[in-house]
Design a protein around this ligand. Structure first.
Ligand code: FES
Length: 107
């Protein structure tokens, strides 16, 4: 089941974001994002070390918060409706679909 999270719905024409900002351990980094990859994969490819384990949307180790932009979660078995309302995502199953997306692993 797909779940869209976020308030800024200004996506690009092809759905690919132009910027992905990651906040991790107090630092903010703008990284390259490739259409279709997960937020976690983009962060790892950029050399960041966010927490993760199962990479299947089950364990919640990779949970982060959407600060701006729009995210599409492909799988979210362990995410409660309240967590989704609070802009929480599992980055291992989430794709960025807006021009600018900011995700924080610190909250
Ligand atoms: S790594 Fe387990 S839910 Fe993302």
């Amino acid at each position: 089941m797909l779940l869209a999270i976020g308030s800024d719905v200004h996506g690009t024409k092809d759905g690919r974001p132009q910027k992905l900002m990651i906040k991790l351990k107090g630092e903010v980094r703008e990284i390259d994002y490739r259409k279709g990859e997960t937020i976690l994969d983009a962060a790892l490819r950029a050399g960041l070390f966010p927490p993760f384990a199962c990479q299947e949307g089950v364990c919640a180790s990779c949970k982060a918060t959407v600060k701006s932009g729009r995210i599409l979660m492909l799988k979210h078995e362990a995410l409660t409706p309240l967590e989704a309302d609070q802009q929480n995502i599992f980055t291992c199953t989430a794709a960025a679909i807006s021009d600018e997306t900011v995700v924080s692993f610190d909250e």
